[in-house]
Design a protein around this ligand. Structure first.
Ligand SMILES: [Zn+2]
Length: 274
């Protein structure tokens, strides 16, 4: 009889983020808001069909611009070449995290490099400050970097706009010092972007930050088992899917080769946002 509980629990936690618990009422469902700005129609059509970066093969990134179809919705593209493509984007939160911190960013970067997959890392201020070398690798190896607050608080509980700005923008300042470019993407801790005053969305909007959530939670923070994590991703993936994982866990690195292989077997190509 105990067994019957398992699927129920799994369903309840499907959308789960990185903390062990989360209130269900705030920010869990994709918001029925207008979609994020998309490139003008046809803007991608004059781009070359091959990747502009010779030396990195095979070319999953073929110049097609993919955008989130609204917060927490699958990726979409206006480019005619995108028609019929099955794509997926891997995202890693909470790093960079070193081996000493029981993290696996370096190992995950090794796997992504070997597999020619580009991903998106949502980094924290403490990760950037403690592992500048790993951040450098993420940038140098062509991955997209978004931010994930300074200290990973329950952002929606902070009652002041100033407090939320400090968490959201402090890490941007650290990152921009390294990249020289403005940060474009933000993922709130646990995906919670609705606070009682609407400050999170307001700060994002006023700083040209697109909030990026996910369609497919790997539940790596909870499952802690490479095979179960792999199964969870392969079971719940959808075309255009955005997969949430954490480079702060070693078992996620152990699951990654199987996830990549399993997705390829299902006909998916790996893309990221730029
Ligand atoms: Zn997180």
């Amino acid at each position: 009889m105990k067994r019957a509980l398992v699927p129920l629990v799994a369903v309840a936690l499907l959308a789960g983020g990185c903390a062990a618990s989360k209130p269900a009422a705030v920010g869990t469902a994709p918001a029925p808001v207008p979609t994020a700005p998309t490139p003008a129609a046809g803007s991608g059509s004059t781009q070359p069909a091959t990747t502009p970066d010779p030396g990195t093969a095979p070319a999953a990134d073929d110049g097609i611009v993919w955008k989130q179809g609204g917060i927490g919705y699958p990726l979409k593209s206006d480019d005619p070449r995108a028609k019929g493509k099955k794509v997926v984007m891997l995202t890693f939160d909470d790093g960079p995290a070193s081996v000493a911190q029981k993290g696996a960013t370096a190992e995950i970067l090794d796997i992504l490099k070997r597999e020619h997959v580009q991903a998106t890392f949502f980094v924290t201020g403490y990760g950037v400050q403690s592992n500048p070398d790993l951040l450098r690798r993420e940038i140098d190896e062509g991955h997209t970097i978004g931010t994930h607050t300074m200290t990973h608080p329950e952002l929606w509980k902070i009652q002041t706009r100033e407090g939320i700005e400090k968490e959201m923008l402090g890490v941007n300042a650290l990152l921009e010092k390294v990249t020289g470019k403005p940060v474009k993407y933000f993922r709130p801790p646990n995906g919670m972007y609705n606070d009682p005053h609407g400050y999170i969305k307001a700060v994002a909007r006023d700083n040209n930050l697109e909030i990026i959530n996910w369609t497919t939670g790997a539940l790596d923070w909870q499952l802690k088992d490479p095979q179960k994590i792999t199964d969870q991703v392969l079971k719940t993936i959808m075309p255009g899917g955005i997969v949430l994982m954490h480079d702060s866990h070693t078992w996620t690195a152990q699951a990654l080769p199987g996830i990549i292989q399993g997705l390829r077997d299902k006909g998916y190509e790996f893309v990221t946002i730029h």
